[in-house]
Design a protein around this ligand. Structure first.
Ligand SMILES: [Zn+2]
Ligand SMILES: [Zn+2]
Length: 211
């Protein structure tokens, strides 16, 4: 059983998720948006070593603690390069949010793409490119008995991500969800970038943007 811990961080309550392989004690951290001490406490609680930091996309609420977490763990930072224009403008994004302090932009170690696999011990996260909310939006799928999808701001319980910000494209987002996410099994557990979790089957049948 993969270790999965999700907890909201920061002003916009972005869901950060720690995925851990219980045998090797290696871990992936998805979207450390802020509050690095919370992330480090979860890693420590399970005795995990963070191997990679993954960003579902580079909106400011998802990337805020990249730099502090990299410094604390030495982990590699991975994201899709189509989101670099957003990532390179964290100060502009901070202004959209009413002038909050912009976080430090940690250097990106690796660009990841559709079909890539990121591993931590025996844990394998498959990379799904799902443009629409942003051009470089990614979802991460962990296969196995406990099939799990981290859907970022692309798919929420009962909703989909907003597409009115820079680089957003509604038709592309719906296409991404249909092509990449609804292709997964109904019992796949879905942890979105904000709010409560859901399943692929529930969203397939009930999400007003998809039925
Ligand atoms: Zn977003
Ligand atoms: Zn968000």
């Amino acid at each position: 059983m993969v270790i999965v811990e999700t907890f909201p961080v920061g002003l916009l309550q972005c869901n950060c998720t720690v995925l851990g392989d219980p045998a090797s004690k290696e871990a992936l951290v998805v979207d450390p948006g802020d509050e690095v001490e919370k992330v480090l406490a979860v890693l420590a609680k399970h005795g995990l070593t963070c191997r990679a930091i993954l960003n579902t996309h580079t909106h400011i609420d998802h990337v805020g603690a990249n730099d502090e977490l990299k410094r604390a763990t030495g982990a590699r930072l991975m994201l899709h390069e189509a989101d670099l224009p957003l990532y390179d403008n964290l100060r502009v994004q901070a202004e959209w949010l009413g002038g909050m302090a912009a976080p430090v932009r940690a250097d990106v170690d690796e660009h990841i793409h559709q079909g890539d696999e990121v591993t931590a011990g025996a844990l394998v996260a498959q990379v799904l490119h799902t443009p629409g909310h942003t051009p470089g939006s990614l979802c991460f799928h962990v296969e196995g008995a406990d099939s799990l999808l981290l859907s970022g701001d692309t798919l929420f319980a009962g909703s989909v991500g907003r597409t009115d910000l820079w680089g957003g494209d509604y038709d592309q987002e719906i296409d991404s969800i249909r092509k990449r996410l609804l292709a997964l099994e109904d019992d796949t557990r879905v942890i979105p970038g904000h709010g409560p979790e859901t399943t692929i089957g529930h969203e397939r049948r009930r999400n007003p943007f998809l039925v």
